[in-house]
Structures are given as C-alpha cells and as structure tokens.
Design a binder for this molecule. Structure first.
Ligand code: NAP
Length: 236
C-alpha cells in the first residue's frame, strides 16, 4: 500500500528532494507550494502519484482546506514533513516586528497548523519537522528571527512527540548548510569561511538530507521518537 505523504514547501530545494525520494518509493505525495506553481507542476509531471497543492502554511484556513482535501481524496494521511521555511537575513537593527512575525508565521506557526489539522486524519505514522542547527547551537545574529523559529520548532517537535506517542512518532532534523536557493545570495568568500568550519568542508546536497528524512519515516526508524537528528557534516 502506498503511504500518503504531505511535504510542505516541496516546489524547490530540500522539499523537492524529499518529495522525490518518497515518489521514487511509489508513495502518494502532496507537493505543497506557496507561489512556485510551475516548479511544483514540473516535478509532479514525472510521477503518477504526485499531487501539486497550493497552500500558504501560515494561513490557518488554507491549511485546514488542504488537510480536508487530503482526507476527501485519500481518507487519511501517514506522513507529514514540515519543510516549508523562509529566512530574511539582515542586521538586527534593520529587522522589524513585521519581518520577525513573517518568519515565525511560516517556520513555526505553519508546522503547528499543519500538525493541528493533520493529526486528525492520521491513525498512525510520523511527523518530521525540518529545523536547523541554527535552532540548537550555531548562531548567526543576522538570522536571529530564523534561529528562534527553529529553536521553537524543536520544542514543538518534542511536545508533539509526547502528545501523540505511541501511535505517531514525531522527530526533527537539524541540517547545517545545504546547497539550495535559500543560500544563493551568499558571497563566495563567506561560503569559503563557513566551509572551513565544516569537517566535510562543503555544504550538503539536498539529496543527502532527503535520504535521512526518508529513513526517519520508515519502519527502520521505529524506535526513534522525540529526537532531533543533526545532519551538518560536522559543523563546528
Ligand atoms: P528554499 O530553496 O528557499 O525553498 C523553500 C520552500 O518553502 C519553497 O518550496 C517554498 O515554496 C516553500 N515555502 C516558503 N514559504 C511557504 C509557505 N508560507 N507555505 C508553503 N510553502 C512555503 O529553501 P530550502 O533551503 O530548501 O529550505 C527548506 C527547509 O530546510 C526550510 O525549513 C529551511 O529552514 C531548512 N534548512 C535549510 C538550510 C539551508 O542551508 N538551505 C539549512 C538548514 C535548514 P514557494 O517557492 O512556492 O514559495
């Protein structure tokens, strides 16, 4: 039986890689996006069991509608990957209440909303939240809003693991640097400095992270619950 999987923010970057590993496994995947319709549709064209779905995860009504639609079409949901995320780097003094709120709305309140409605149609299965080492111990003041959202997401993960044990496992991953659009504006010199802090001396490719997510969602990870798994190549 194919599993029913929702991957938020899977039109591009890490989310697209995550969606693909499940699709290659012949799972049914809802490829959620906010604005990159073309990307989501192009990804879905290659897979019979891929379903593109527009929804802003920070909008409660839209999230409720998305989950209702999944219930109507599939009857249930097995796996939620809360991957959608944004970052807006700037000097602390240039940040505003509005920009800070936008980050929290997508990166923290979004996963809360998806879980709030999603668990209602999950009998068993798992939730994986895409956090970051920035939510644990790699601090970058120009992304303090992002870092706070990821620390909050790790806390949310642990609370949901308590609430939904034993039938739904809830874990987070904490990647370090990944080669995606999110980092496309970084200066070459800065990337070199960051690579020097990583034991493997390079950023991850999205596939290297997606494979860990796939493992965490599998029965091979049946005893991993309430954990945050670092995948950072040895970032110090
Ligand atoms: P990305 O390339 O910028 O892609 C972000 C994805 O999130 C896009 O598919 C985007 O869809 C979607 N998205 C943004 N806001 C959304 C919303 N409100 N509702 C639904 N979808 C939304 O970023 P990425 O690097 O792949 O990041 C994926 C996740 O990994 C994020 O949670 C990020 O924080 C985390 N992460 C990234 C890194 C890194 O170095 N890149 C490191 C650690 C953790 P649209 O294009 O349709 O807006």
């Amino acid at each position: 039986m194919p599993r029913v999987v929702l991957v938020t923010g899977s039109s591009r970057g890490l989310g697209a890689s995550i969606a693909k590993v499940f699709l290659e496994n012949k799972d049914i995947v809802y490829v959620n996006y906010k604005s990159s319709k073309k990307n989501a549709e192009n990804l879905c064209k290659n897979y019979e069991l891929a379903i593109p779905f527009k929804c802003d995860v920070s909008n409660e009504l839209e999230v409720e509608k998305m989950i209702n639609k999944i219930k109507e079409e599939q009857g249930h949901l097995d796996i939620i990957i809360n991957n959608a995320g944004i970052a807006k780097d700037s000097l602390v003094t240039d940040k505003t209440q509005l920009t800070f709120s936008e980050i929290l709305a997508t990166n923290l309140i979004g996963p809360f909303l998806v879980c709030k409605y999603g668990v209602k149609i999950m009998n068993k299965g798992c939730i994986i939240n895409v956090a970051s080492t920035n939510g644990i111990d790699t601090y970058y003041p120009y992304s303090l809003d992002y870092d706070a959202s990821k620390a909050g997401l790790i806390s949310l993960t642990h609370n949901l693991a308590v609430e939904y044990a034993p039938h739904i496992r809830v874990n987070a991953i904490a990647p370090g640097w990944i080669n995606t659009d999110m980092n496309q504006e970084l200066a070459e010199e800065y990337i070199k400095e960051e690579c020097a802090k990583i034991l493997l001396k390079r950023f991850a490719e999205p596939d290297e992270i997606a494979k860990v997510v796939f493992f965490l969602a599998s029965d091979d990870a049946s005893y991993i619950n309430g954990s945050t798994i670092r995948i950072d190549g040895g970032l110090k």
